[in-house]
Design a protein around this ligand. Sequence first.
Ligand code: CP
Length: 313
Amino acid sequence: MNLEQRKDLLGLRDMSREEIELILDTAIPMKDVIGRDIKKVPTLRGKAMVTVFYENSTRTRTSFELAGKYLSADTVNLAVSTSSVQKGESLRDTIKTMEVMGFDLMVIRHAMSGTPHYVARNTRMRVINAGDGTNEHPTQALLDMYTIKEKKGTLENLKVAIVGDILHSRVARSNIYGLNKFGCEVRVVGPSTLMPPEIEKLGVKSYYSLDEAISGVDVINVLRIQKERQQSGLFPSLDEYARLFMVGSKRLAKAKDDVLVLHPGPVNRGVEISSELADSSQALINEQVTNGVAVRMALLFLMMGGVRDEINN
Ligand code: CP
């Protein structure tokens, strides 16, 4: 499948390595645009996109909106909490309403896994999955991969540990699907109650000791403890979780000296990552956010028919 001919971006599981490489390569000139005094290119003039988030977001929604604006698309956010969804409007009717207004592309986040796939089947608009339940968060994994490649120079054959709530994490799943395509050794580690059964079938090694999991790794991707998705009893307390699995500077001694620390945000300081590490130069949390704008610009450009020559204007 060629990304330029792909109608929707729903996940990395069914995306080819070549498509991922095209997105990451296209994000390089987009990052250059973000660094200019005038952060605007005309390439998506006349195109319209809408962000529809049924779950809260700071980074993903804002960066999609900003990415669209930098490329001169008309961008609108449907504020679900003040929309007619609150009067009982169905998802299908909301989608149709956006479609007949003339939007070319919808970015959607929903608490239920599979919702963007349903939307994609029922609209002529292009659809980007901005996170569906516990399934996938493909654009987060793409920006994580861009950040790793920018720092390491390659994605090839790296050792990457993903730490924390693997059970509920769409970020973990998309990273696993993406990194496996580049021959990475992906390790997952967390409490046994937050480890999905048969996770190794996804091509990862599972660990229950943080020190063992991060031994010799190039990258540690620390996941957020998703308090909103926890059923009671999955771990005794946040203090207990922090004692066993919180990533802090001292614990990094087991990893490679130049280990990169990623976190998708928002951060629970003192739970999954220490405040001191989160604010250190070893953690790339802020760079990930900047790269998220560039990667989302690349996706919008590729999916809405941007013209390459106009990136330099
Ligand atoms: N990483 C991430 O998806 O953050 P938001 O929930 O703020 O979009």
